[in-house]
Design a protein around this ligand. Structure first.
Ligand code: COA
Ligand code: MG
Length: 289
C-alpha cells in the first residue's frame, strides 16, 4: 500500500470524504485528532462506518488508530471497534515488540469473542514517538505475525525530548528526527514489515510533499501517511513504480535468468550482482496487479 490517509474518527463528513479519495488505506483516528470528550462518540462512528464498509468489494483498507497504552483507553477502543472487523489496528506511541505482543493478545481475545478468524486483524505501529521507543526499534522482529507496518512520527518525539525545532532552514528534518526515521526504516525491514514514511503536515505545500515522498522512496520507504485528501495523489504517484523503473527491473531479472550459473552479469556496461537482483525483485513485487 502506498497512501494511508488519516481521518479524524469523530467526523462523519471527513470519513465519507476519505472514501472519495484514491487512498489505499484510511486510518480512522481515535487518538490525537479527537478530543477526550468526543472519543466515545468517535468509537460509535467508527463502528458504524466499518459495519457499512467492510463487506464492500471495492473499498480502501481500513485501519483504526486506537489510543496509546498509557492513556488507559486502548482496551475500551478495541471493545468498541473489534466487533466491526477492521482490517488492522494502529498502535501509537509503541515502545517495542512487547507492545505488539500485548496488542496481539488483546486482538486474539476479541477475534475469538466475535467469530473472527484469529490473526485476521493486522497491526501497524507508530514506533518513534518517545525517546524510549527509539531504543526499542530493533525489537519488533518476531513479536507477532500480525505486524505489517512500522511508521514514525516527529511531533510527539519533539515534545518528549523538548526539541525547539524539527527542521533546518531548508525544511529537512534535523539530526534527532533523521535518526528516528532511519531506525524506523531498519526496524521495519528487520521485522519483515512495511516501512511507511511519516506525515507531511504542511498540507498546502505540494512541492515540499513531493520532495519528501521522493526522498522517502529513495531511502527504501514504500508508502507514506497523509493528513489531507489533497496529499493522496502525490503519494500514490511517487510510490507507484514508474514504467522506466519497471522496465529496468525486468531487464535486471532477465539478465540473471539468461545466465543462471553466473553470480555477476553485465548489463549496458554495468556490473550487476545479487543485491541488484534483490532490489529489482523488490520493486517488481510492488507493481500493482
Ligand atoms: N480526511 C478526509 N477529509 C478531509 C481531511 C481528512 N484528513 N482533511 C480535510 N478534509 C476535507 C475537509 O473536511 C474539507 O471538506 P469540504 O470541502 O467538504 O468542506 C476538504 O477536505 C478540504 O479541507 P480543507 O478546508 O483544506 O482543510 P480543513 O481546514 O477542513 O482541515 C485539517 C485541515 C488539518 C484539520 C484536516 O486536514 C484534518 O483533520 N487532517 C487530519 C488530522 C489528523 O488525523 N491528525 C492525526 C494524525 S497526524
Ligand atoms: Mg501523535
Amino acid at each position: 500500500m502506498r497512501s494511508f490517509l488519516f481521518v479524524p474518527a469523530d467526523s462523519e463528513k471527513k470519513l465519507s470524504k476519505g472514501l472519495g479519495t484514491a487512498a489505499d488505506a484510511l486510518i480512522l483516528d481515535l487518538e490525537d485528532s479527537v478530543v477526550a470528550d468526543r472519543k466515545p462518540q468517535a468509537r460509535t462512528i467508527v463502528h458504524s462506518f466499518l459495519t457499512d464498509q467492510v463487506a464492500k468489494p471495492k473499498r480502501p483498507y481500513l485501519i483504526v488508530r486506537v489510543n496509546a497504552r498509557d492513556s488507559g483507553l486502548t482496551e475500551a477502543d478495541l471493545d468498541a471497534v473489534m466487533p466491526a472487523r477492521p482490517d488492522a489496528v494502529m498502535l501509537p506511541k509503541a515502545e517495542g515488540g512487547a507492545d505488539v505482543s500485548y496488542l496481539d493478545a488483546q486482538l486474539a481475545r476479541r477475534e475469538q469473542a466475535h467469530g473472527i478468524p484469529v490473526g485476521h486483524t493486522r497491526i501497524l505501529v507508530v514506533a518513534t514517538e518517545t525517546a524510549k521507543a527509539i531504543f526499542q526499534l530493533g525489537t519488533y522482529a518476531g513479536a507477532s505475525a500480525r505486524l505489517s507496518g512500522l511508521t514514525w512520527g516527529a511531533e510527539d518525539l519533539a515534545a518528549d525530548i523538548g526539541a525547539e525545532s524539527k527542521h533546518d532552514a531548508d525544511g529537512r528534518y534535523i539530526e534527532p528526527f533523521q535518526l528516528a526515521r532511519s531506525l524506523c526504516l531498519f526496524g521495519a525491514v528487520a521485522a519483515g514489515a512495511q516501512p511507511i514514511d511519516s506525515v507531511y503536515p504542511a498540507f498546502q505545500d505540494r512541492d515540499g510533499l513531493r520532495r519528501e515522498c521522493e526522498e522517502a522512496r529513495r531511502d527504501g520507504f514504500t508508502g507514506k501517511m497523509a493528513i489531507h485528501p489533497g496529499q493522496v495523489d502525490i503519494i500514490n504517484d511517487v510510490f507507484t513504480p514508474s514504467e522506466a523503473a519497471i522496465a529496468e527491473a525486468k531487464a535486471v531479472v532477465a539478465a540473471f535468468a539468461a545466465n543462471p550459473t553466473a553470480g555477476a552479469v553485465g548489463l549496458n556496461g554495468r556490473m550487476l550482482d545479487m543485491p541488484h537482483l534483490k532490489l529489482a525483485q523488490r520493486l517488481l513485487a510492488r507493481v500493482p496487479s
